[in-house]
Design a protein around this ligand. Structure first.
Ligand SMILES: [Zn+2]
Length: 113
C-alpha cells in the first residue's frame, strides 16, 4: 500500500505561503456607492436630484474612519481587490485553524503516551 496516498495531504510551507498571497493585490476597506449634494446654490441636487452614483473606499486607520474617492473607471479594479482581501482573510483563518488543530493533535498524542 502506498502510504503517500493513505495520509491526509498536508500542504507544505511554500504551498501555504502561496495560498496566502495568491489573492494579492488586496484592499482592506469597503467600496461604498453614494449620492451626494455639492452645496452649490441653485444646483439640481438642492432639489433632491443628487449627483452620483459616486464611489468611495472606506477604511479604518487607528480607529479613525478614512475614505478615498474612487474614479468611475477604477471601480471594477477596486471592487476586485476588496474581494481579494476577503479571500486573503478566509485563507489566513483557514491556516490559523489548521495550525491550532495540529497543536491539538500534538498535545493529545503526547498525553496518551
Ligand atoms: Zn449639485
Amino acid at each position: 500500500m502506498d502510504m503517500r496516498h493513505s495520509q491526509p495531504r498536508r500542504p507544505t510551507f511554500p504551498q501555504q505561503l502561496q495560498a496566502l498571497i495568491e489573492p494579492f493585490p488586496v484592499l482592506a476597506g469597503s467600496l461604498v456607492k453614494q449620492y451626494v449634494s455639492c452645496g452649490k446654490a441653485g444646483c439640481r441636487c438642492q432639489r433632491g436630484q443628487k449627483h452620483g452614483p459616486l464611489y468611495y473606499l472606506y477604511w479604518k486607520e487607528r480607529g479613525r474612519s478614512r475614505s478615498l474617492y474612487v474614479p468611475r473607471e477604477k471601480v471594477a479594479e477596486v471592487r476586485r481587490q476588496v474581494q481579494n482581501y476577503r479571500r486573503f482573510q478566509r485563507e489566513l483563518a483557514r491556516q490559523v485553524r489548521r495550525q491550532l488543530r495540529e497543536w491539538q493533535r500534538n498535545f493529545q498524542e503526547e498525553h496518551r503516551r
